[in-house]
Design a protein around this ligand. Structure first.
Ligand code: HEC
Ligand code: HEC
Length: 337
């Protein structure tokens, strides 16, 4: 067994006053695995998808892009309790990160979209988000010669349809993965990647049972689980979770377990955005999912571990978008509907 506790070595190290990161614990069949770097198979499609990702002309106002609510400078989220949509609409739910979202079992908190392609059509036509329609979005793109040429190069088709739009956005999103976190380095055998404190935090996280739901490559994202397993979760947010999709009462308040990758960057937490800090989120999770009350010192260790899950953020060059033509319909930033 690789995980052998080495009391003599450790005692000697402690006696010598040396802090020995990782000495007492090595990775051994851990329930979390490292994130592989993204494999780009079609760079031209990814580049087009990146343009669409940043293009606010896919919204009625001409002002809101995917990046407005999933800001890639801020961990792929908006860091707001709930998002702001068209006409300053108060969004119903917290915006999850798009980083590593290709690893999710399904998309959205309730999993109502099966994959990234299906998801990408949602916000464009959502009256509370980009407030456009697929037809108007496609007309807009077809009116821009730069896009026409680029879609033709990538898809070998003369006419753009929503299917190519969502294919390209999904291809770009698949590249938004965050490898090389310090925790992944530790998983791969770099004993110095974590401090003693962080490792103790991981041990608490693992051995308290957090890994029952937060596991796998994304430390979550791979199942739907009850929010408030041991103790009910109190919230004013009306979202009912997975039941909205399955219609089954048993799924009430089941939500997709969020990924904890980059969780340091994606505050505030939970579907209602009610927890402002990781300390608060960890306390709540311990209590309502596991019936456990962590001491402040234990909580701080778990938080220290969670911060080691921040990986390399996607390095992007801002795309320059093709200009509108004289025929491109003009945006309606102040339309009330
Ligand atoms: C007005 C804010 C807003 C805009 C604009 C927006 N989103 Fe989102 N996005 C959200 C919110 C809020 C959710 C969660 C909704 C839910 O689960 O019901 C979400 C969910 C997602 C998810 C699912 C992530 C997960 O873990 O389940 C993906 C992927 C995503 N958006 C991609 C996009 C793309 C692509 C665009 C542009 C076409 C976009 N979003 C535009 C707010 C926004
Ligand atoms: C029974 C399954 C389960 C267990 C056990 C569990 N979680 Fe969660 N966790 C969830 C679900 C589901 C959510 C999302 C709930 C929501 O927002 O409604 C969540 C959300 C979180 C979030 C917020 C992430 C975000 O982006 O909003 C953090 C942080 C977190 N969990 C940490 C932990 C820690 C630490 C433990 C152990 C003390 C733990 N979880 C145990 C299922 C679980």
């Amino acid at each position: 067994m690789k995980n052998t506790f080495r009391p003599l070595v450790l005692a000697a190290a402690l006696a010598a006053g040396i802090s020995a990161p990782g000495w007492a614990m090595q990775p051994d069949n851990e329930p979390i695995s490292p994130i592989p770097a993204a494999k780009v198979t079609n760079p031209a499609m990814v580049e087009l998808g990146k343009k669409l990702w940043f293009d606010p002309r896919l919204s009625k106002s001409g002002f809101i892009s995917c990046n407005s609510c999933h800001n890639l400078s801020m961990g792929g989220s908006d860091n707001l309790k709930t998002s702001i949509g068209h006409n300053w609409a108060e969004g119903p739910i917290n915006s999850p990160t798009v980083l590593n979202s290709s690893m999710n079992v399904a998309q959205f908190w309730d999993g109502r979209a099966k994959d990234l392609k299906e998801q990408a059509g949602g916000p464009i036509a959502n009256p509370m988000e980009m407030a456009f329609t697929h037809e108007l979005a496609v007309d807009m793109l077809n009116s821009i010669p730069g896009y026409q040429a680029e879609f033709k190069r990538v898809f070998k088709k003369d006419k753009i349809s929503i299917s190519e739009v969502t294919d390209a956005i999904a291809a770009f999103e698949e590249t938004l993965v965050t490898p090389n976190s310090r925790f992944d380095k530790w998983l791969k055998g770099d004993q110095k990647a974590l401090t003693k404190n962080e490792l103790e935090g991981y041990k608490l996280f693992r051995d308290s049972g957090c890994v029952a739901c937060h596991n796998g490559v994304a430390v979550g994202g791979n199942s739907f689980q009850r929010m408030g397993l041991v103790e009910p979760y109190k919230t004013d947010n009306p979202a009912e979770g997975r039941a909205a999709v399955t219609g089954s009462d048993a799924d009430r308040f089941n939500f997709k377990v969020p990924t904890l990758r980059n969780v340091e960057l994606t505050y505030p937490y939970f579907h209602d955005g009610a927890a402002d800090t990781l300390e608060e989120a960890v306390n709540t999770m311990g209590r309502i999912q596991l019936g456990k009350v962590f001491t402040p010192a234990e909580n701080a260790k778990i938080v220290a571990f969670l911060k080691t899950l921040t990986g390399d953020q996607p390095k992007l060059e801002m795309p320059i978008l093709p200009p509108s033509s004289d025929k491109t319909p003009r945006p309606e930033p102040f339309a009330k509907k």
